[in-house]
Design a protein around this ligand. Structure first.
Ligand code: 13P
Length: 293
């Protein structure tokens, strides 16, 4: 069933847990995230990032995301991730997306506030919760996970600005920067939980961790206990799925060098691995809470 971003994060707040927000730029990923939610009994967010348009266009995957979410037995939010253009956001909202992130984190504070307010006014006309970002992770979500993702310097969210930002923009939930990065981690992630705690003391809005894959289970728990309610997860799941497809291909060739490798051999291996990985992290993000569905 469809549950909007505000309400799905409220479920997380009530249960001191986080909802997994999985980028789903393929039908396999959409189905895997929803299957993992149904099997575990926890809510899930399926997300299409504007930067993933080259992988699959919004017009192609968006209607499928909404249709599969509607008929799911699990609470599912269909979310637009890292949107920088309001015209693109409008298209997703018209399609039935019920969560959207306006990402003005690469612009100066005042510009970020002004554009986030425009996004809030747009979302108010739909059954849609809004996420905004303050501070910058210094990396853009483009799914490649390489060094060229780094488009600026990471700037941790200033706790002093966070309250005012949420009030001024009308954001329902806030993405914060405290040490995670998009893409593959080049070393151990070092998260600054003090920044997170200070933000949490100042605002009541649920907080979002971007760059959420590749973090240890212990750090997920600490972040959730410090107020993170939505965890954005993409890169490592996509990597595991790629490895599963590669292994399938190698195994088939090892058994018979003349094997024909069909596309669906690879997509099925990737799907199974995604279900396994998403199921694992959804349970970690539940942080000991009872299933809700
Ligand atoms: P990862 O690259 O760590 O999976 O983060 C994804 C993300 O934050 C999407 O918004």
């Amino acid at each position: 069933m469809l549950v909007n971003l505000r309400d799905i994060c409220a479920i997380a707040e009530q249960n001191n847990m986080a909802v997994g927000s999985f980028n789903t730029p393929s039908l396999e990923a959409v189905r895997a995230a929803i299957t993992a939610a149904e099997r575990t009994g926890y809510p899930v967010i399926i997300a299409h990032a504007e930067g993933h348009e080259p992988f699959v266009p919004l017009d192609a995957i968006g209607p499928a995301m909404v249709a599969l979410a509607e008929r799911s037995s699990a609470p599912v939010c269909v979310h637009l991730d890292h949107c920088e253009h309001l015209s693109y956001m409008r298209r997703a909202l018209e399609m039935g997306f019920n969560g959207a992130m306006f990402d003005g984190s690469f612009t100066p504070y005042e510009e970020n506030v002004a554009n986030s307010r425009r996004a809030a006014a747009m979302c108010a006309g739909y059954d849609c919760g809004l996420e905004c970002e303050l501070g910058s992770m210094g990396t853009r979500e483009n799914g490649a996970g390489h060094e060229n993702d780094h488009v600026g310097k990471a700037v941790y969210t200033n706790p002093e600005d966070a309250g005012e930002f949420v009030e001024e923009t009308g954001a329902d939930i806030l993405a914060v920067s405290f040490g995670t990065v998009h893409g593959i981690y080049k070393g151990e992630p070092h998260l600054d939980f003090d920044v997170l705690k200070q933000i949490r003391e100042r605002i009541g809005a649920p907080l979002v961790m971007h760059g959420g894959s590749g973090v240890s289970d212990a750090d997920y728990k600490k972040a959730i206990d410090a107020g993170i309610r939505k965890i954005n997860y993409f890169t490592y799941g996509a990597k595991f799925a790629g490895e599963a497809a590669e292994k399938t291909m190698k195994d088939m060739k090892a058994r018979n060098a003349d094997s024909v490798i069909y596309w669906q051999d690879l997509t099925m291996a990737a799907y199974d691995r995604l279900v396994e990985d998403f199921t694992h992290v959804i349970k970690v993000f539940a942080n000991g809470a009872n299933p809700v569905a």
